[in-house]
Design a protein around this ligand. Sequence first.
Ligand SMILES: Cc1cc2nc3c(=O)[nH]c(=O)nc-3n(C[C@H](O)[C@H](O)[C@H](O)COP(=O)(O)O)c2cc1C
Length: 377
Amino acid sequence: MTTNTNLSVQVLGHTFRNPIIPAAGPNVGSGAMVRRAAEGGAGGLLAKTISSIAAPVPHPNMVRMGKDSLLNTELWSELSPETWFEREYDIALAAAREYQLPLIASIGYTAEDLAMLSPRLEEMGIDIIEFSIHYLDTQRLIDTARALRNAVSVPIVAKLSPHAGDLGEIARVLDPYVDGFACINSFGPTLMIDIERGESPLGSQYGYGWLSGSAIKPLAVRSVFEVARVTDKPVIGVGGVTHGEDVIEFFMAGASLVGVCTAAILKGSTIYGKIAAETAQWLDAHGYQSIEEVKGLYLEKYKQGQRVVTTVEQTAWVNESRCKACNVCEKVCQFSALHAPPKQIARVEIEHCAACGLCVSVCPFNALEMRQRENAV
Ligand SMILES: Cc1cc2nc3c(=O)[nH]c(=O)nc-3n(C[C@H](O)[C@H](O)[C@H](O)COP(=O)(O)O)c2cc1C
């Protein structure tokens, strides 16, 4: 289904044809993979993180967890910076120019690395530079950001990691040196044990890996919200973007673009365009003409926090025209307030309902909602 919804966004002085771009990973691990992202419908481009040396990556380094998540031990690019400068960036830039998309280069990690790599990127025509704080201690953040700021005039994005601490505070500290933020990097370290072998599927020293994909989405959405609360600069929301609805959620939290890594690894490069189409469909179905209209909706409402209700003023309420008597709500009610015997519409015993809200979220038919008690009869 095609829609007239406008997905194009202006961010960091560039036009993105839609707000879905790759996040650093093997999905953009070479010039050819960056081209595939363009062909697959990404709204802008990004190439995997490089540093002053090729990364000594353990093998194996990726394993799927559940349906939409991954553990990885990839570090940064296994290709040397020279390989990128001599070949891969040219291929990526050619794709960017052909598809008229901005190209972001990702670099790490020390001030020296950034001061050395970034002027060469600017000279080549890279549009935006993202630097990762993943392996930095927080004491050195400012030195690193300042070194990059002094070295180039293209826009700079700081990519934040969830283990770095209070991301709102880090954003505040980095704000004078950067033009935008991306959050989050993968979360961890974490551990998965293959119980048949009693071993980790990953080749790192203790078998640890970094978690990404839908498992980290709520952490990523919270991080975007926290960063967007302290800065007016654009935030790229990254972490678990798999469907169009995820894009809407990140935008409502305050994101200006979203990055996709795990979904592109697991589903292929056409996922960028698919997520863009789903985003347009959602906006269309909800009466929005452009993605900008949903931006910051949640951020504005919750910026100062909401009134916290600790008394039980609400109750679950059944919309009988929607209830299909499936009994799911009764199973999850920890307070014996919901009754749904076989083939009977669910019924709430208001005096037992603890207003926890869980039943609303599990009902497959949207037949439950929370209401003020006086309006629930
Ligand atoms: C296999 C793999 C490799 C990654 N490599 C990098 C990298 O080189 N630089 C970086 O900043 N982030 C890297 N990331 C993190 C992603 O860019 C992204 O921040 C994180 O995975 C969350 O997004 P996702 O849930 O869409 O994957 C990597 C993630 C994965 C799964």
